[in-house]
Design a protein around this ligand. Structure first.
Ligand SMILES: [Zn+2]
Length: 338
């Protein structure tokens, strides 16, 4: 896929200060009874006027550029002047598109494989594990190529030197997060690896979101458990966050991945955007290579994570809450799962 498609979106508006702390609709300000706006009918022309997110893309200007408005009440991101300036992924001016963001998890262990992920599209976010041999090298290369980098943080039932669990003291969890971030330099956000047990621990998630807020990092809830408290805790803390909509490759076979891809496309057209998470399996990469070039003809635009955060404005999608407010299921997460 060409890396220079169309006219660049004005990502400058989403730069270091614009997205980190979107004006998150919270229970107090939004109200539990406020319904999501009506979704566009499948047969009608797409219009972002009907999307749930309070931040809407504006029509193309006379210059042909599309400006995505920045959320208000922004807090500045930490910036490191020693880091190299990188080119941003380019986006075609497609105000009538539906939006799709993709994260590939579990990276850092195999540079040859992980470079294939980077080659797919610059908008794809890389979730790098801290306890892998190449985490720092990959993070450096990904940053140079303009990818969003996530710390893919192991959480219970995951184990290991960085894994977070409810039994640890808040001090130990804070130290583990600090150490893990050292292994993935340039990460602008965090998502959970496994974590069905940890993310269902409300107090632990509240602490984590406070830690991330202090570090100006956003959170992506991988939703490995329906009982996850992560996104709800992030929303309560007014921390920029997203929740995964579709896992591409719960089953590592082509037919299943193609089916999940179609679900993701359908969901993007239903609710305006969709966030997909996959793994660097050969079958997943094959499907992405086949399907990414077809997106434009389907009115789908690939979007990096930060603009998606801005577009959604921290609101929960319909499958994860009501009226934009995250509502975790109260079911006990399965033991021994992920
Ligand atoms: Zn993972």
């Amino acid at each position: 896929m060409s890396r220079m498609r169309g006219v660049s979106l004005c990502l400058c508006l989403l730069g270091s200060s614009a997205w980190a702390n979107p004006a998150a609709p919270l229970p107090g300000s939004l109200g539990h009874t406020q319904a999501l706006p009506t979704l566009p009918a499948a047969s009608s022309a797409p219009t972002h006027d009907t999307l749930a997110a309070p931040v809407k893309p504006t029509p193309p200007s006379a210059t042909g550029k599309v400006a995505v408005p920045a959320p208000t009440s922004a807090a500045p991101l930490q910036t490191d002047p020693s880091q190299p300036k990188v080119s941003k992924p380019t986006l075609p001016p497609a105000p009538n598109a539906y939006w799709l963001s993709i994260i590939i998890d579990d990276l850092g262990g195999n540079l040859t494989r992980d470079r294939q992920v980077m080659a797919l599209a610059p908008e794809i976010a890389l979730a790098i594990m801290p306890d892998t041999a190449h985490s720092k090298t990959l993070a450096h290369e990904a940053r140079e190529q303009g990818h969003t980098i996530l710390l893919h943080m192991p959480m219970a039932p995951a184990t290991g030197p960085y894994a977070l669990s409810p039994e640890q003291s808040p001090t130990e969890r804070a130290e583990r997060l600090h150490q893990a971030l050292q292994q993935v330099p340039g990460a602008s956000g965090v998502n959970n690896h496994m974590g069905s047990r940890m993310t269902s621990d409300r107090a632990g998630m509240q602490q984590l979101m406070q830690l991330l807020a202090a570090k100006r990092l956003f959170f992506v809830d991988s939703r490995t458990s329906a009982a996850t408290q992560a996104a709800a805790s992030a929303q309560q803390a007014q921390l920029a966050s997203l929740s995964r909509d579709v896992f591409l490759d719960d089953q590592n076979d082509l037919a299943h991945i193609r089916s999940e891809w179609r679900k993701g496309i359908a969901l993007a057209k239903q609710q305006g955007s969709a966030l997909l998470i996959g793994h660097p399996y050969p079958a997943t990469l094959q499907v992405l290579r086949e399907e990414l070039p077809k997106l434009a003809s389907q009115q789908i635009q690939l979007l990096p994570l930060k603009p998606l955060i801005a577009l959604r404005g921290n609101r929960a999608m319909a499958a994860h809450g009501s009226g934009g407010i995250y509502q975790p299921k109260t079911t006990t997460p399965a033991q021994g799962g992920r």
